[in-house]
Design a binder for this molecule. Structure first.
Ligand code: EPU
Length: 426
């Protein structure tokens, strides 16, 4: 048993607090490798991916103590420079230890990462960026080995062909202690990058322009440990925002900056929901009907690919024909077949999904193919007639801290079987 059981039909209401951002916290704990001593990271989400990353860090000699959203990381003077397959294969994001390990040790060996099943997820830009900083890189199907001649990387101009989140982060973490100046052009601008840069700056790094497409890093000799609060999870917040609009309910979402969701929230308004932004919070009230809107995913500040599956569910309940275009990942329409089995009218062609709505949804046994698809299927269950069972629920545990418990607190009838570790922790 590894499932969500959802009984649809409730309008959600109340207030929910989101956790710290998965996609920020994972990189920030990896960045802690850059300085000997104790770093403390707070507002860390209680999710399976964080446990996997903590194990990767333990694997290179860091002591990681986790307690109620706090990760206390004791980084020794000598760290191991090899991240083995047994740990790395659980988590694609573990590739981000490559930059810090290389910067700290002068060489690194990281097994090829595993992770979400989202089509072609290459790391060529990570490797090309590190090579620009002087790293000599060799790789096989199993592992990547990188070596900094003379033990230290050197600053360089790194021009990314696509604003890749992971490549920007790896290059940034490698550059902070490189000799000289690094300029990253076409850098990713996600709020999680700004958060990582804030952590690195608090450690003593000299970074300008984080959050813009042009980031300049002046390498420093060494960094010192620090304490940091992770930014709120805009994707978790967006998931609850969709749940509110979809069920015609009214939900206040706390712990996130609504400006990080500018485009998704304006799409909700175009679809007929009311959105009231506040300071570190916002409220979404769904109307009785939803209207079709078109959605196109793009790197930040564009519409996030991590909310695309949830909006697919929303649009299946909107009157008219919507077109949803996925530009970031090529494997992100896998939930369409499951939604069609529930009654949705969605056809896909290449990276476009055409959604005709509204069509009534019916409870079925469906399968989560990845993290966001799983969350979206739970949302579909909230408006489906009867019982929806979402199998492979562990995908959702990777990135949502107690999704079922938080939805229940808003009035939904959702259970997770068996109960997730995050729910026990709450
Ligand atoms: N890409 C390459 N080569 C590279 C790097 C990326 O071709 O060297 C391609 C990828 O295959 C993909 C696109 O570029 O098609 C975007 O990849 P990006 O590097 O921006 O994404 P990522 O760092 O792998 C992070 C998040 C994802 C999120 C994306 C986009 C983490 C751990 N993951 O992935 O989060 O969708 O940025 O915002 O930060 C999720 O949380 O569900 C999730 C998948």
């Amino acid at each position: 048993m590894n499932l969500f059981v959802v009984h649809g039909g409730t309008r959600l209401s109340g207030t929910v607090r989101v956790s710290g951002a998965k996609n920020s916290a994972l990189k920030i704990v990896a960045a802690a490798l850059l300085a000997e001593g104790r770093s403390v990271v707070r507002n860390v989400p209680a999710i399976a991916d964080m446990e996997a990353m903590a194990d990767v860090l333990r694997g290179v000699g860091v002591s990681v103590d986790t307690d109620e959203g706090r990760h206390v990381l004791d980084v020794p003077a000598e760290i191991g420079c090899e991240a083995p397959e047994r740990l790395v294969s659980r988590l694609r994001a573990s590739i981000v230890v490559l930059g810090p390990l290389l910067a700290r040790c002068g060489h690194a060996r990281v097994a090829m990462p595993g992770g979400c099943n989202l089509g072609n997820r290459s790391i060529d830009m990570h490797l090309a960026g590190l090579a620009r900083l002087g790293a000599q890189i060799t790789y096989t199907d199993d592992a990547i080995e990188a070596h900094a001649p003379g033990g230290r990387l050197r600053g360089a101009d790194v021009d990314l062909p696509f604003a890749s989140v992971g490549a920007t982060e790896n290059v940034l973490m490698a550059a902070v202690t490189a000799r000289g100046t690094t300029r990253i052009s076409n850098a990713a601008r996600e709020p999680e990058i700004t958060d990582l840069a804030a952590f690195l700056s608090a450690m003593g790094a000299r970074i300008e322009g984080a959050g813009s497409a042009d980031v300049v890093v002046e390498g420093v000799e060494a960094l010192a440990p620090t304490t940091h609060d992770v930014v709120g999870d805009r994707i978790e917040a967006g998931t609850f925002a969709v749940a509110a609009a979809l069920t015609g309910g009214e939900v206040t979402i706390e712990g996130t900056d609504p400006t990080h969701l500018h485009i998704p929230l304006s799409k909700l308004e175009q679809a007929g929901a009311a959105v009231v932004p506040g300071d570190g919070r916002f409220t979404v009230a769904g109307g009785d009907t939803l209207r079709a809107v078109d959605v196109v995913t793009l790197p930040y500040p564009g519409f996030p690919t991590d909310l695309q599956p949830q909006y697919l569910v929303l649009l299946s309940q909107a009157a008219g024909t919507s077109m949803l275009t996925e530009n970031v990942f090529d494997g992100r329409f896998q939930l369409v077949a499951e939604l069609v089995r529930m009654g949705a009218d969605i056809t896909t062609e290449s990276h476009h999904a055409i959604v005709r709505g509204p069509r009534p949804l019916y409870g079925r046994e469906v399968t989560a193919t990845d993290l966001r698809a799983g969350a979206a299927l739970v949302l579909a269950g909230l408006v489906a007639d009867g019982e929806t069972v979402v199998a492979e629920a562990h995908h959702v545990d990777r990135g949502y801290a107690d999704l079922a418990g938080k939805l229940r607190a808003l009035g939904a009838d959702v259970t997770r079987a068996p109960i997730s570790a995050a729910a026990v922790a709450r």
